[in-house]
Design a protein around this ligand. Structure first.
Ligand SMILES: [Cu+2]
Length: 48
């Protein structure tokens, strides 16, 4: 899953169903060379 390549300051949205298992899921920017800095964690918490 990915967005289009965006110009600086532009935005885009993607919608997806989060994993059902709680945990930390890494996401990265797949533009060549970017993943070293452009990355994050999607944290799925257990239902309360
Ligand atoms: Cu990037």
């Amino acid at each position: 899953m990915h967005t289009a390549v965006l110009e600086p300051g532009a935005t885009d949205r993607i919608f997806f169903e989060a994993p059902s298992q709680p945990g930390d899921y890494e996401y990265i920017c797949s533009f060549p060379g970017h993943s070293a800095l452009m990355r994050g964690i999607l944290r799925v918490l257990p239902r309360e």
